[in-house]
Each structure stands twice: as C-alpha cells, then as structure tokens.
Design a protein. Structure first.
Ligand SMILES: Cc1cc2nc3c(=O)[nH]c(=O)nc-3n(C[C@H](O)[C@H](O)[C@H](O)COP(=O)(O)O)c2cc1C
Length: 213
C-alpha cells in the first residue's frame, strides 16, 4: 500500500491500487491455467452469458473508439452446418462439439458509426480518404476485440478454443454476403474437457522477446 493516510472505510477502492488488484486466482483463471480447448463438455452456454461477455468485452479500447468487431455466435445445428464446409478438416469436430462458435469479424465500413462513437473529430473523413488505412484499422481493432472477448469469456468461467484454420472467403459468403464485414478468426466457447488437453507448450521468455529503450 502506498501513502500513509488510511482511506475512509466507505471510500471506493481504486482498482489500480495493488491492494485491490485482481487476486492471484483471477490471474490463474485468465492466464496461467487457462488453455486453448479442443474438446467440450456437454454443458450449454446461454445467450444471456454470451450477452454478458460481450458487455464486458466492449469496454476494451479501440482506436478512435471505432469498435469494428462484428460477431456471430453460431450455436444452432443449422448455423454449425453452414460453418462446417469452411473449416480445415482437423477443426471440424472441435467446432461441431462446442456449444458456441463465435465468428470474430470486422466491418471494413466501421467508420460509418464514427460520428456517434468519436463525435469530437471527423475521423470518418480520414478513413474514407484512405481505405487501406481503414482496412488495417478494422483488422487491428477487430483482432483486439476478439482478444478482449476471450478474456471476458474466461473471466466468466468459460473456456475458449480460437481457430484460424478455415477458409475466410467461405465464411464470408455464408455469413456476411452483401455486407462490408469480413471474418478474422473463430473462437469455440464452452466448458472445455481438460482431461484431453496435451501439456502446455513453452512460452518465449521475457528476455527472448522484450527489450528496454
Ligand atoms: C488466432 C488463433 C488461431 C488458432 N488456430 C487454431 C486452429 O486452427 N486449430 C487449433 O486446433 N488451434 C488453433 N489455435 C490454438 C493455438 O494452437 C493455441 O492457442 C496455442 O498453441 C496455445 O495453447 P494454450 O493456450 O493451450 O497454451 C489458434 C489460436 C489462435 C489465438
């Protein structure tokens, strides 16, 4: 704890202060014991829970508050049948077994909402003038929002199984035809079967990938 004066008992805790930071068990849930799951327990995931994780994830930051991610939660047999042909063979059963498969896409025309989401500057004009910049921005921030979604899901006790082994153009034709939305990656959501997990693969060390400047 920093400072020498005790806070009043009813003062709201500052979540950035170390004494009120996420407990170790929360860090385990989000990172240290969380795995990428490939097999799923037959336990349903409600639409209410999906809405809840979205409501958490939407607070993650995006450039010019653009929020380009567009999500489809595929959880019906009809939806799964539409998604199936897009997947690489090794991913089909992982998707079919999962209670929900989220398609994480991004809207290349996300700037249509910028006047509402970032009203103090006309950034839509900047994106319109430079479509390549708009597309890069959509991809960058849509990817970030997909990551926020995975952490929100983990925070609510769900497991994730992200997958990029699929044909984006098939998913786009099946789910986003006639729109400016493009798929990025898929993420199975549910309660993973930890019994079939292989041991964790190594991570690169701080000194392998980080430097100071
Ligand atoms: C964007 C992305 C794409 C991935 N694509 C696949 C995939 O197509 N099939 C698969 O089985 N796993 C896929 N994975 C899972 C990774 O292999 C896994 O996250 C990584 O090996 C770390 O595993 P761990 O989280 O259990 O430690 C993907 C992960 C990410 C983040």
């Amino acid at each position: 704890m920093t400072g020498s004066t005790a806070a009043p008992v009813d003062a709201p805790a500052d979540p950035r202060e170390p004494w009120s930071a996420l407990p170790e068990a929360g860090l385990d849930l989000l990172f240290r014991t969380a795995r990428s799951h490939k097999a799923w327990l037959p336990r349903p995931v409600t639409d209410t829970l999906l809405r809840d994780i979205f409501e958490l994830a939407q607070f993650g930051p995006t450039s010019t508050n653009g929020q380009p991610a567009r999500l489809v939660f595929v959880r019906t047999a009809e939806g799964k049948a539409r998604l199936g042909p897009a997947l690489h063979a090794g991913n089909v059963s992982k998707m079919m077994q999962a209670p929900v498969t989220a398609i994480i896409g991004h809207d290349l025309a996300f700037h249509h909402h910028q006047h509402r989401l970032f009203p103090h500057r006309d950034v839509a004009a900047e994106y319109r003038a430079d479509p390549e910049h708009a597309h890069t921005t959509a991809m960058r921030n849509g990817t970030l929002q997909g990551a926020y979604l995975m952490l929100a899901a983990r925070a609510r006790g769900l497991d994730c199984g992200p997958m990029s082994g699929f044909h984006n153009e098939i998913v786009d034709a099946a789910f986003f035809a006639g729109t400016s939305v493009r798929s990025n990656f898929l993420c199975n959501l549910g309660y993973g079967d930890a019994a079939v997990l292989l041991p964790r693969l190594p991570r690169l060390a701080f000194d392998d990938v980080c430097s100071f400047a």
